[in-house]
Design a protein around this ligand. Structure first.
Ligand code: G
Ligand code: G
Ligand code: MN
Ligand code: NA
Length: 250
């Protein structure tokens, strides 16, 4: 229908843009990287959120060319950043059905001459619902390219702790629903403390998402979680603001 036709045109005409949200280390007191978040600049509707168009992109297969564009654009931006600053890109589980995924990632890195360890791929727990073996094989193939793999929205999926055994993620991103009620809910606090301890024992980093105020930040700090992402530090912003933030780091 119309939305699908519009999206095909958007791919052809390059109507997508990336916003970036900083990933901040409390311990090192610095920006460790930026997460790329795609938006569609629709000629009539204005800015369309990925929540609205990614599902249709996944159903129509357009997620492949869109993701290819996102990967390339993000790597091209990141090549100008200091080496200590990473770029994080979200990968739809649908891409894992495509055997060409590792090649797509390598080509984006090559074209930007970006070191693979500067790229962090964010995947969600839902990846493991379907086919654990195929998923693990693909994650290993990606890891062999030298990129980092982060488990996004941790704690909201179905599968329990099994997939932490199936694959050694570099990082766990604690879902913002746990951060939301940190101040008032002692269970959320305990869960975050336990996730942080578990991750540390497995040699994985943690970052808490959706950190909006200082009370949450202090609660996270006291639970041993020292990486944060959220409106408290910065909303997702355009590339021009990223350059300014990086300039302030030097
Ligand atoms: O900040 P924001 O509203 O952009 O993100 C909404 C959702 O869209 C998040 O779950 C985020 O992971 C997802 N998202 C944002 N950019 C991308 C992208 O490039 N690819 C995929 N697959 N998902 C994305
Ligand atoms: O990829 P992921 O699903 O984690 O995408 C992160 C989503 O969370 C994006 O939609 C982003 O805009 C949103 N987000 C980032 N920081 C905050 C925050 O502090 N509060 C809330 N409510 N949402 C946030
Ligand atoms: Mn993400
Ligand atoms: Na998330």
């Amino acid at each position: 229908h119309q939305m699908e036709l519009d999206m095909r045109e958007a791919v052809r005409e390059g109507q997508f843009i990336l916003n970036y949200q900083p990933l901040f280390s409390l311990e090192q007191d610095r920006v460790m990287g930026f997460e790329a978040l795609v938006r569609w600049q629709h000629p009539l509707r204005g800015i369309v959120s990925p929540i609205e168009f990614i599902p249709l992109a996944e159903d129509t297969g357009l997620i492949v060319p869109i993701s290819e564009w996102v990967l390339n654009e993000a790597c091209q931006h990141a090549r100008h950043w200091p080496e200590s600053v990473r770029i994080a890109v979200n990968l739809s589980p649908v891409l894992f059905k495509n055997p060409g995924l590792p090649l797509m990632v390598m080509q984006a890195l090559d074209a930007a001459k970006l070191a693979p360890n500067r790229l962090e791929l964010e995947v969600t727990e839902s990846l493991f619902i379907e086919n654990v073996e195929r998923t693990t094989a693909m994650l290993n193939a990606l890891r062999e390219c030298g990129v980092r793999i982060a488990l996004d929205d941790f704690g909201t999926g179905y599968s329990s702790l099994n997939y932490l055994r199936s694959f050694p993620f570099d990082k766990i991103k604690i879902d913002k629903s746990f951060v939301n009620d940190l101040a008032t809910d002692s269970s959320s606090r305990a869960i975050i403390g336990a996730i942080t301890a578990l991750a540390s024992a497995l040699g994985m980093e943690t970052i808490a998402e959706g950190v909006e105020d200082i009370v949450q930040l202090e609660a996270l700090r006291s639970q041993g979680c020292s990486n944060i992402q959220g409106y408290l530090f910065s909303r997702p912003v355009g590339i021009e603001h990223v350059d300014a933030m990086i300039a302030n780091m030097r």
